[in-house]
Design a protein around this ligand. Structure first.
Ligand code: LFR
Length: 482
């Protein structure tokens, strides 16, 4: 069979894109046809996603896709995890919340009072993050009574494209309500927590066909129909599917978050893994993503937003990064401190963190930038070595994929702090992983995940970073164990 053209819709927490990919036995090629901002909206009841606006961008992007490449045959959607819409009779009953909204604290306590954290981990295998869907649903409380269905964001977009109702399994694995031992909904857990199990949509594997476009959507594309299929609809699952992992390779999928870990065949459910903050999320083809959510480049982008607000104009990031490379003895702080999760003045929070820990706060924006990158690199290194220990695996290289692969200072510092070689790229790993799985579903390519990754490897050019000796002047903060 010849190559096929597909549209990969990838919605990140800060921006989205629609990519046209050509997938075939000769390899995979991408062309980004539409990029758009994903800007949250604060309403009286908290921080929300503009999902309707996102859907409009998706349709606009698909229109550009079919215009540029008339033989586009299919589309699949991935997005950030955990967030969802509640529907009744096909209508949204509220505006979806953003996972950085702060409404979950009481729900976390209530869930842990009903099912202690160790028991919860044995059931769902997830790192404790206060925004995991299970906590958000409990926070929604009485509002759940108005709903008959919960759809995670990519499933919601898929529903609006096709009418299909389902829960793709890699993203369902981030809810906290999927049984990690058999990948089915944990109805008993939901019921114990007062979450009506009926709102959980039927589980759908990645690589399933949802159907064609609804007529009004096809009409917006000039009458062009597309086969809508599922991929790893959790963006991180698609990113890891698009990462050319060799044996003994670890990865960091680095964008808003830095997802640092290993691909495994089986989950690690030992309580030590829970205490060390590791998650066992579902990957494409039943692989396990054993990783820790490191706070990621959010720290830098949110700092830049603060500085741009202060100055009333754009920040010159390349100059800032170049200057940051020259900083001596940077501050190393715990990037995973919960104070860094909500939007706001991150530089001020870093200064407060330093003062509270008896460390010298960064003196300016350059030192702040270096402190962020140095601390992220330190967290990546610590996390990956710990992951290897817990999984009983060796690691000898780190694949850095996503936007973070473009940050040369971050990649070099990650090599330095881990003592391991870093290979950077692909930047668009998520869109690649999305396109590869679509290509397989549509029959243009075949084989397991490793065979699919080999298609990426054919054309991939990666930058290599070798570890430099650590300077003894770098003060290493004793990081709390997650
Ligand atoms: C990355 C990501 C992470 C998830 C976080 C919140 O984009 O999907 O994997 O933990 O966003 O959904």
């Amino acid at each position: 069979p010849g190559p096929v053209h597909v549209a990969a819709v990838d919605l990140g927490a800060t921006s989205g894109r629609v990519v046209v990919a050509e997938v075939g036995p000769g390899g995979v090629r991408l062309d980004v046809v539409h990029r758009f901002a994903n800007t949250p909206v604060r309403l009286t009841d908290g921080l929300h996603w503009d999902v309707v606006g996102l859907f409009r961008e998706v349709v606009d992007g698909l229109r550009l896709a079919v215009r540029s490449t008339p033989d586009v045959a299919g589309v699949a959607v991935d997005s950030w995890a955990v967030d969802y819409a509640l529907l009744r009779d096909g209508r949204m009953v509220s505006t979806p919340f953003h996972y950085r909204d702060s409404r979950n604290a009481a729900a976390v306590e209530a869930v842990h009072a009903a099912v202690d954290p160790a028991a919860l981990y044995a059931r769902n295998g997830l790192q404790h993050l206060p925004f995991n869907t299970v906590f958000q649903l409990v926070a929604d409380g009485a509002h759940l009574e108005h709903a008959d269905t919960m759809l995670l964001v990519p499933d919601l977009i898929g529903h609006w494209l096709t009418g299909y109702v389902g829960a793709e399994v890699t993203n369902a694995s981030t809810t906290g309500l999927l049984d990690v031992t058999n990948a089915s909904w944990d109805v008993e857990l939901a019921t114990t927590l007062g979450i009506p199990a009926e709102i959980l949509a039927p589980l759908t594997p990645s690589g399933a066909t949802l159907g064609g476009l609804l007529p009004h959507v096809a009409a917006e594309l000039g009458g062009h129909d597309l086969a809508v299929t599922t991929v790893g609809s959790h963006d991180t699952a698609s990113a890891i599917a698009g990462t050319v992992l060799g044996p003994d390779d670890a990865y960091v999928s680095c964008g808003t978050w830095g997802l640092a870990g290993l691909e495994l065949e089986r989950p690690v459910l030992a309580d030590e893994a829970r205490q060390a903050g590791f998650t066992n999320e579902g990957g494409v083809d039943g692989r396990v993503r054993f990783l820790h959510n490191v706070m990621g480049l959010w720290l830098l982008s949110e700092s830049v937003r603060t500085w741009e607000r202060e100055d009333g104009r754009a920040i010159d990031l390349p100059s800032l990064l170049a200057a940051a490379a020259e900083v001596e003895a940077p501050l190393v702080f715990d990037v995973d401190d919960p104070r860094f999760l909500p939007p706001g003045d991150i530089p001020a929070r870093i200064r407060a963190y330093a003062s509270e820990h008896g460390l010298r706060p960064p003196a300016d924006r350059v030192e702040t930038t270096r402190a962020i990158l140095e601390s992220l690199a330190d967290a990546f290194a610590t996390t990956l070595h710990r992951a290897a220990e817990l999984a009983g695996r060796r690691i000898h290289r780190i694949q850095v994929v996503g936007g973070g692969a473009l940050n040369t200072l971050l990649c070099q510092l990650t090599a330095d702090r881990s003592g391991l070689e870093v290979l950077a790229g692909p930047v668009e790993a998520t869109a690649l992983g999305n396109a590869l799985v679509q290509g397989r579903t549509l029959g243009a390519v075949s084989g397991d995940l490793d065979a699919l990754r080999a298609l990426v490897g054919r054309t991939l050019e990666q930058k290599h970073y070798r570890p430099r000796p650590l300077r003894s002047t770098n003060p290493l903060v004793a990081r709390k164990v997650f």
